[in-house]
Design a protein around this ligand. Sequence first.
Ligand SMILES: Nc1ncnc2c1ncn2[C@@H]1O[C@H](COP(=O)(O)OP(=O)(O)OP(=O)(O)O)[C@@H](O)[C@H]1O
Length: 667
Amino acid sequence: MSHSHTGSTPVPGGAAPVLSWKNINYDVKVKGGVRRILHDISGSVYAGELVAIMGSSGAGKTTLLNILSGRVQGGRLHGEINFMGAKRDPHSFKRMLAYVEQDDLMYPALTVEETLRTSAQLRLPDSTYSLAAKDERVETVMRQLRLSHIKDTMIGGHGARGVSGGERKRVSIGAELVTDPSILVLDEPSSGLDSSSAEMVISLTKEMSRERNLCTMMTIHQPSAEMVAQFDKLILLAQGKLVYMGPAADAVPYFESLGHPQTNPNPANFFIDLMTIDFSSADATQRTEAHVQALVDRYAEFRERRGRIRPPQKEYPASDGAMAAEDAARDASINGSASASIVAASDRSSKASHVDGAGITAVHDAVGGDITREAADLVLVEPPPLNSWLQEVLVLLKRDWAMTLRNTSFVRGLLVQCLALLIFVGFAFFQLKHDQKGVQNRIGLLYVFVLMSTFPVVFPAMTMIMAGRPVLFRERSGGTFRMSSYFVARSLSLIPIIYVPYITVLTGVYFIAHLQYDAAKYFIMLAAIVVLLFASLGFAFSMAMIVDSMELMHIIAPVTLATLMLFGGNLANSETITPVLRWIKYVCIFYYPYAALVQNEFDGLSFTCAPGKGFCYEAGLDVIQAYSLNELSIAVCIVICLSLGVAFYISAYGLLRWAAKPRFLWI
Ligand SMILES: Nc1ncnc2c1ncn2[C@@H]1O[C@H](COP(=O)(O)OP(=O)(O)OP(=O)(O)O)[C@@H](O)[C@H]1O
């Protein structure tokens, strides 16, 4: 093993269960009452074990896995769960548990290596791992999960070609494993994979569990016989009740001992056939429910009697002293009659095995022989310390920046949009004159400046922020980084890609339209635009946090912006707006920069009047007054717009913390 866990408390593998749970009951509210999803589930898992939770659809597998992982939401949860013999602390437990979700949520634009490296850089402590050690850890995990040959391939998704389904799952697992967790949890890791990819995922997971002395639990739907053979322990659920928990190898003999000979060569199918409720008719439902209840009752009795299975005698090669002892112990526990039988556990060698809270022989003794001594010292009981805030920001900024630049359709779209705006706006307002038409065009052009710095900025930014939300929430529930680091990095990463093109375009339009060629006025225009872009990004962030779907965002954002546009000081005179709505201009990001731009441009200009054409603006100040945009000075307008931007960012941050806050039930 290439690293150590300085500062954490090593626990010799196998001394105690890593996770144990007792009398778990879980109820949810349903129409007309309460439904019990899990009934009195007890059990335990040990370091180095590969545990599968199986059962037919709706049996409660995912619910149990989520409860044990501390990730269940809603409902009422009762019972007791202990981590390394003590009550779990939510904050530290979630950082020592690696949860691989079914959906493999990752950033499509990152390569395999970048995905793993970011995870390692964020989650492995700097105090223990140097940068080189983190890279080495990534290399090791890639090698172990057979990912080295595709390390430079993009993850892909959303129409972009990337790694295959099996590789994607392995990357998901790798991104969790690089963090050196104590418990690895996988929700349906084989779903959507072909049988060979699924088998590879399971056998590699087993390999890693053995090497790292990792306690691995997974739900699995219909594993092949080869996959079942990989598991050390099975937890079989039917209708939220425990039908069996114990060594995988003993499961078939156990059911045979109950008078259910194996009818299907694949043990998983055999178990599922035994446990499935047939809903095809009322009779069939009643019959199968009674059958399942009988299995549940038999298992409860078996557990009560501290029962164990005695499968046919088998010889085990003793490779070394430790293993020989464990094998002898295992033999002692499973030695006996030619046919399987259930016997009381009191006759079992105490040296041989662990007994969990419910009295079932744990399988840990059966796998202990494969675990190296060094690995056995790797079970952590304390999470590693968090890395510094700045370090997190830098890692996230690098990742976000790479993703933004690799979003080629966004970058290209932005450049084309900027070029189009430069050409169309520039030439629609080409070389403005100092006559009455010039007044109208200037008033219009300056409002176009404001619109250009809001609408085309807000929508792509919102889309980008929202697209990353699912991965953010996944990372957040694992305690990968601080929310403030994510927020600062995400905001900073968008700034250059928005500021540089828009400032370039507006500068081009400024000179093509021949607004005042005066350095001070040009920079004041820039200042007004910079704060407006800042406020627009803040607005985009808050909107992306308020709504939780793209569809809703595309309805709410245009309506909000269009409403604010009315109060920007151009379309409606702010003094004539009904007092009931006049306040809106004070929270309107359009109003302040527009007032600043109009004052900046018109101050010092004079205009010619055509004789006999009625009303005429002779001085720029008359225009400012006519539009009622002289209420506040330019400096005040800029400061207020900046403050609005800051307020948007603060509320976006608050909303993000609230939205991404895991609301899990905890026992
Ligand atoms: N919050 C909830 N509200 C209502 N019913 C729920 C809730 N959570 C779970 N259930 C129900 O509990 C049962 C078990 O759900 P769970 O997702 O754990 O099953 P599963 O064994 O993982 O099924 P599958 O293999 O189909 O994913 C299902 O009938 C499900 O509809």
